[in-house]
Design a protein around this ligand. Sequence first.
Ligand SMILES: Cc1ncc(COP(=O)(O)O)c(C=O)c1O
Length: 456
Amino acid sequence: MMNDHTLRVYDSIIGLLSSEENPTPLVRLNKVVPFEHARVYAKLEWYNPFGAIKDRIADHMVRDAEERGVLVEGNRLVEATSGNTGLALAMIGNAKGYALQTTLSAAIPLEKRTVLRFFGSDVIELDDSLCPAPGAPEGAIALAADVAKTQPGFVMLNQYENEANVGAHYRTTGPEIWRQTRGKVTHLVAGLGTCGTITGTGMFLREKNPSSKLIGVYPEEGHDIPGVRSRSQLQQTKLYRPELCDDEVEVINREAFDMCLRLNREESIIAGPSSGMALVGALRAIADEPGTLVVVVFPDNVFKYASSFQRHFPHICPPDKKDEGGGPTKKEQFLGAMIENLKNRYDTIRVKDLHSQLQEPDRPVVIDIRSPDMYGEMRIAGSVNIPEEDLPNRMGELPDDRDASIVMLCGIGKFSKSAVLYLKSMGYRNVRSMKGGLNEWVRKGHPTESNSAGTV
Ligand SMILES: Cc1ncc(COP(=O)(O)O)c(C=O)c1O
């Protein structure tokens, strides 16, 4: 049975990829557009089967490589991505039997990195800028290129240089917009990443109507809008053709995220940050004239950017509960469970046992993790003061022997338990926490000393 776009019944998910017969929707914007005459439509690219505009290029790049015989059964794909291309290639790869390795910046939202792994991709995170820099030796693009060059069976389609990226938009996005607007589109606006969207779609519309206006929108330097490139970053994609654009507009982070919020709140359109950026650029560059019909490409939706919204809208999307003084986060619950386990008799020592061991020649090393003031006021003779927060930087003062007997103590025997955890994580095997802390030692009547009164 063939794919039926009218009934929306498909042989497989691949059938749902966008085309002139199955275009992604165009939706008119009403509330956030201050125009009286010009009509502005958004092209909602998350209606692609894997959730973003990159589904188009992933499909075209794979088919093009298969047709040219550079991608064959048994090959593995490797690609540098800011997220969406990786997600699409992972799913096209799952459908066609190609495993995928993605190299990307650790600055990419956690949501995208997590879903990439969930889709089955082998994800390699690097300390690279949000948009991989081909020139940067440690960069994600350089690493992917190196894998493709040195490891047999790996193929890099390289969205930053692959003309099939442009071709995908020339064959699908352009024809869709022309047909959906009945050829009345006057302006195309798109955010600039690899620039495949603006170049491919723009070339098609220009062929249809040479006076079609193309407007490229890019973020400020140092932005954190995934998928798009600042002016300096644009120099790194081979698909950027500034001569094609009638205008290019720079948009700052704040404006992009604020418009993203307005689109969701006022238009009920679940657009992502780079869509907000593109619309701000459109409203700035285009005059409100009769007959003007603008199409702004909205590449993906909000659901992959929760962690970005926490950063940009802390008053709306507060960070984890722990920062508000509320209940323990899952992580604290997990740590709490680990510390609970420490209450077992193997990782604590009773006051009376410590007291008798301190009489022996091979007495344990006692580390008092309270503040220097508290330590100065009252301590166990011979104990060493290393405040808890200083531990990581003062490990050099501890015995080298990882089997040395060490006892951690604090005032009530609670904080010393997490200090035990820390030392265990540093390889110490014979480290325990003094039960009940110094309070219990004093309660048991054992001697203490202080800076002022000597031993009492
Ligand atoms: C969220 C998002 N916005 C915009 C773009 C830019 O599209 P293009 O690479 O076609 O310029 C991308 C590309 O990755 C993207 O993922």
